[in-house]
Ligand binder design. Structure first.
Ligand code: RUQ
Ligand code: CUA
Length: 657
């Protein structure tokens, strides 16, 4: 076996043996100290200290938990349809899931990143990526709703994303799978990877006030797999560090062929320079792209979808000061930047050490041209020793991700050896290690990717949880494990199950968000084109075979609740306006036989359900949210008659009009 194959084999053996209970780490039951319960117990009526926004992985959603309790507060639908919230089912939300491929009802949401001001979470938005059909989403932290989704062109697998620069100038997204640039020329033989496949790194600007996205420019790079990234901060503020695997540029059997080289790379990008070149008019307009830009409007309570067809691309090969390659041992996954911005930690999935690079050394080495050579037609490769701060020796097996506290420590997750390891960023000394149950992927320290981490808590997101929870058939809940990191030793406090497969998360102090959380939509500001202004305006209207029901809800009736004159062949739109102006008082709407979801209409909002009746008869409808003592009475009937019948159009509640 070649050395790299041997390592792979070793890793596989370790992973397999860990998957049997016989190898369950010792002390799983006793790892929790006496007063752990007290430290995670949030008594009834009290609040948690942090919100955590957690990726749902293959669920496509984001979930909101409290820390330290681990209580689940909300699942925010982002890239997957959600019938509970009518996301992707109501007429208003359908445009949010439109792409250049049409309506896409599912995606794989991996990473969550805050908006930042001066390198600290500012509580305005969190961003999330979809891995499969490349998109970025912005979630509004006053409404806890997805406010915007933009598709990323020239990209295949948007894994290396989203990474926010220090002042949210850009949210950065880079392609996991290099592919030929979009357009008719992309029909090429797959074994022409080296010549024809390219990477793209997108710089998506964020409007300071509205948060609106715009793909300002893209950088075109050689074909590589970009995995993860960290935006520089402080002294490295204008830079970006991206882990690259498949430096071999293999196009098949990557498991072996993309694991040949002893070192892959971290690509350091001077994005400030790239921005300067862009502003100076460098770069080419590519006009054969097609990507969706979808926006939610809080006044019309509706989304719009448009397809854009232009993007500006700068080819890094045409500049000699944009990109540098830092050799990084064995298939790096995470590339994480320390709070001061000085250190960049690479986590080689198959490496037996953790390399820590120094930004200052990198700057000197660039100035002194300490290059080992060039790769891919002109990108300088730095000398490993010239840019290295040092290596953490024997940290564990299978390092993936690193987070930081405010005291100069780093915390790295180890997938294969199932542990979190604490080490000092300056001295590179391992200070503590604690087992996780079991294979830990991402980890999150509260504020751990900011300039001044809040510290206190660390959450490990574990992928395999055999024997931790009550069995639930072949698949078990993934888990989050909460550690107290305020002392010298990390202390395990709590296990809690999570939704989907959590990758990254962001913790935001509760006081930053709770007071600005929206309570109701002002009904007077509701500009929905099919809003009903009070019960007196409730009605039905026919335009050909389109029937619009202008319906209102208020405790505890729907208006109208008697509807006649609907015929087979009609398309019925229930435009339901919730007249309530009271916090936490949504009403629901559902009708028998609808091959659609329910609606849950927030106070002051208008939402639309499309219904195409398939038979004649009487169809009950009702409110789906137990809203009052008379909730069960909150219902009504629709009469459907044959095509061509002359049953008059009738709609009322109470007295027949
Ligand atoms: S990945 S388990 Cu999608 Cu962030 Cu590392
Ligand atoms: Cu309204 Cu139940």
């Amino acid at each position: 076996m070649k050395p790299k194959q041997y390592l792979l084999w070793m890793a596989a053996v370790a992973a397999v043996s860990l998957s049997f209970n016989a190898c369950r780490p010792k002390g799983a039951g006793s790892a929790v100290s006496g007063n752990a319960a007290q430290r995670t117990y949030v008594p009834p009526g009290q609040y948690d200290e942090f919100y955590t926004f957690t990726s749902g992985g293959f669920s496509g959603q984001m979930s909101v938990y409290g820390l330290p309790s681990g209580r689940l507060f909300r699942v925010i639908p982002v890239f997957s349809v959600d019938p509970e919230k009518a996301w992707g089912f109501s007429e208003e939300t359908k445009p949010m899931l439109m792409t250049s491929h049409g309506f896409v009802p599912w995606d794989d949401l991996h990473h969550i990143e805050s908006s930042f001001t001066d390198g600290m979470p500012d509580g305005k938005w969190v961003f999330a990526n979809s891995n499969n059909t490349p998109r970025l989403a912005r979630i509004d932290l006053t409404t806890f709703r997805t406010a915007e989704i933009i598709e990323i062109p020239n990209t295949g697998g948007n894994h290396c994303s989203p990474f926010t620069t220090e002042n949210s100038e850009y949210v950065i997204a880079a392609t996991r799978f290099s592919v030929p640039p979009d357009g008719p020329e992309s029909d090429v033989p797959i074994d022409s990877y080296k010549e024809n496949f390219k990477g793209h790194i997108s710089f998506v600007s964020v409007d300071k006030e509205t948060g609106e996205f715009d793909i300002t420019f893209q950088l075109k790079t050689p074909g590589l797999n970009f995995d993860l990234s960290g935006a520089g901060k402080g002294i490295s503020g204008g830079w970006l560090f991206i882990s690259c695997y498949n430096s071999e540029q293999a196009h098949t059997l990557q498991e072996v062929n993309a694991s040949q080289n002893d070192k892959d790379f971290i690509m350091a990008i001077n994005w400030k320079k790239a921005e300067e070149y862009f502003k100076a008019g460098r770069g080419t307009k590519q006009t054969n792209v097609r990507y969706a830009h979808n926006k939610w409007d809080e006044h019309t309570h509706s989304a719009t979808h448009e397809i854009k067809t232009e993007v500006t691309v700068l080819d890094v090969a045409e500049f000699d000061d944009l990109a540098y390659l830092l050799p990084c041992p064995k298939s790096p996954h995470g590339a994480d930047v320390s709070p001061t911005g000085e250190y960049i930690v690479g986590s080689g999935k198959l490496a037996a050490l953790i390399p820590v690079f120094s930004f200052e050394k990198l700057q000197q080495a660039i100035a002194n041209k300490e290059f080992e050579g060039e790769r891919y037609g002109g990108i300088p490769v730095m000398k490993y020793e010239s840019v290295l701060h040092g290596e953490v020796q024997k940290p564990g097996l299978g390092p993936l991700h690193t987070e930081f506290d405010a005291k100069g420590n780093a915390y790295t997750s180890f997938f294969v050896s199932s542990e979190v390891v604490k080490w000092n960023v300056e001295s590179l000394e391992v200070l503590d290690r604690q087992p996780t149950y079991y294979s830990v992927g991402h980890l999150m320290v509260a504020g751990g990717n900011s300039k001044n981490p809040y510290g206190k808590y660390l959450v490990a997101y574990n992928k395999i949880t055999k024997d931790r929870f009550l069995p639930t058939g072949p698949e078990l809940a993934h888990s989050a494990q909460l550690f107290d990191i305020s002392g010298d030793k990390m202390e395990l406090l709590l296990d809690f199950p999570t939704i989907g497969e959590p990758h990254y998360a962001q913790a935001i102090p509760a006081e930053m968000l709770m007071d600005k959380s929206l309570k109701i939509y002002d009904i007077n500001a509701n500009a929905h084109p099919h809003k009903t202004n009070g019960e007196a305006e409730a009605r039905i209207e026919r335009e050909g075979n389109i029937v619009r029901v202008y319906m209102t809800t208020i405790r505890s009736h729907l208006t109208p609740d008697v509807i006649e004159g609907i015929r087979l062949g009609d398309e019925v739109y229930f435009h339901v306006t919730n007249l309530e102006q009271d916090w936490d008082m949504p009403h629901g709407f559902a009708i028998k036989g609808a091959n659609n979801s329910e609606l849950l209409i927030m106070p002051g909002e208008t939402t639309t359900l499309k219904w195409v009746p398939d038979r004649v008869g009487i169809f009950p409808f009702y409110c789906t949210d137990f809203c009052s003592a008379l909730h069960q009475e909150m219902s009504g009937y629709v009469r459907v008659s044959p095509k061509g019948s002359n049953v008059p159009m009738t709609a009322y509640t109470g007295t027949k009009k």
